[in-house]
Design a protein around this ligand. Structure first.
Ligand code: NAD
Ligand code: TYD
Length: 339
């Protein structure tokens, strides 16, 4: 299969490109990525000159470029997005532009090229926030609450509309919080791991009791690959790790694994509109595709911590460069809660 991976220089996209090339020796993979602050060509450096890999720097909103690329492939797997909730709170414009408008440009190109297969990678955050009980499934109503999740929900609706209106062969997957190698150190796990490697405290939002479900990125990549090849057009698939933890529990595990105590927790003011809990019931996906999350949390965390330990240059360059300004803005002036 010839596959165009958008956002392939970001966290999950990079892992997916490596997964495809390893798992499917017959596949040809092209990446389209604008290399925003979150995209990093260094991630794909070892693929330079690879016979089955090509990289194109560009924006998913560049109609001409997108139409040209989509016309040469059998399938598009769409990761490209603005992906960080905190940034969407500061400025939502790029989220609408890339996540909503950019997705429509890709859908138009797929139609124009004779109904190219399209898989859309989305998030469980489109379903809103849960109370103490229950879990999201494929039939959960949409109730996005941050500009990020609202823009992803808008994209999901456009993708589904392309199926209902035009018969475009689409699938959608909504997944929980991923973690693993190559994740940009603004998301909670890489931020906390790299802070600790620098002997810095970790900023825990609010009471630390918000709950997330954790999915190791390789398990997610395996799932997307299964949907791409075996998914039924028009269907939605949910991916979760069956691994709920409060942020405080997760932080304590990381602290323990890295040899630190609770004194390294810096409580900070909560994120505005902070969703309380996400959880996923992925029974349908498990039955339909035979997919299961396979990596236990401790194994995934140990692999992730080891990756950040052995790839210090990768994240130090990010943290000391342009990202430093964002970090200062985000946490430098942030009100610190009294302990
Ligand atoms: P990321 O921020 O690490 O990577 C996003 C990539 O998209 C970057 O390489 C960036 O350069 C590229 N990009 C951004 N705007 C672009 C544009 N206009 N044109 C072309 N490329 C552009 O994100 P991620 O964590 O790898 O997430 C990938 C996808 O998975 C996103 O769609 C996200 O919504 C979804 N998702 C992520 C998670 C998670 O835990 N990381 C969970 C659920 C869903
Ligand atoms: P994040 O990694 O930003 O992912 P998302 O908001 O998409 O779930 O945050 C995960 C959880 O960690 C979320 O409940 C917010 C919390 N968090 C902190 O407590 N401190 C931080 O510095 C960050 C970035 C997140």
């Amino acid at each position: 299969m010839r596959i165009l991976v958008t956002g392939g220089a970001g966290f999950i996209g990079t892992n997916f490109v490596y997964y495809l090339l390893r798992r499917h020796p017959e596949d040809q993979v092209a990446v389209l990525d604008a290399l925003t602050y979150a995209g990093n060509l260094e991630n794909l450096k070892v693929l330079e000159g690879h016979a089955r890999f090509k990289f194109f720097k560009g924006d998913v909103n560049d109609r001409e470029l997108v139409h040209g690329l989509v016309g040469q492939v059998d399938a598009v797997v769409h990761f490209a997005a603005e992906s960080h909730v905190d940034r969407s709170i500061q400025n939502a414009a790029d989220f609408v532009k890339t996540n909503v408008l950019g997705t429509q440009v890709l859908l138009d190109a797929c139609r124009a090229s004779g109904n190219v297969r399209f898989h859309h990678v989305s998030t469980d955050e489109v379903f809103g926030s849960l109370g103490a009980h229950g879990a999201f499934d494929e039939n959960s109503p949409y109730d996005p609450r941050s500009p990020y999740s609202a823009s992803k929900a808008g994209a999901d609706h456009l993708v589904r509309a392309a199926w209902h209106t035009h018969g475009l062969p689409i699938t959608i997957s909504n997944c929980s919080n991923n973690y693993g190698p190559y994740q940009f150190p603004e998301k909670v796990l890489p931020l906390f791991i790299t802070n600790l490697l620098e002997n810095k405290k970790v900023p825990l939002y609010g009471d630390g009791l918000n709950v997330r479900d954790w999915l190791y990125v390789e398990d997610h990549c395996r799932g997307i690959d299964a949907v791409l090849r075996e998914g039924i057009y028009g269907e939605t698939y949910l991916f979760g790790g069956r691994c709920e933890r409060t942020n405080l529990e997760l932080t304590e595990i990381v602290l323990f694994e890295m040899g630190f105590g609770r004194d390294m927790i810096q409580p900070v003011m909560d994120r505005p509109g902070h969703d309380r809990r996400y959880a996923i019931d992925c029974t349908k996906t498990e039955q339909a595709l035979g997919w299961h999350p396979e990596t236990p949390l401790m194994e995934g965390l140990r692999k992730t911590i080891a990756w950040y330990k052995t790839n210090q240059e990768w994240w130090q360059r990010i943290k000391s460069g342009a990202y430093r300004d964002y970090y200062e803005k985000q946490y430098g002036g942030r009100e610190i809660k009294s302990q």
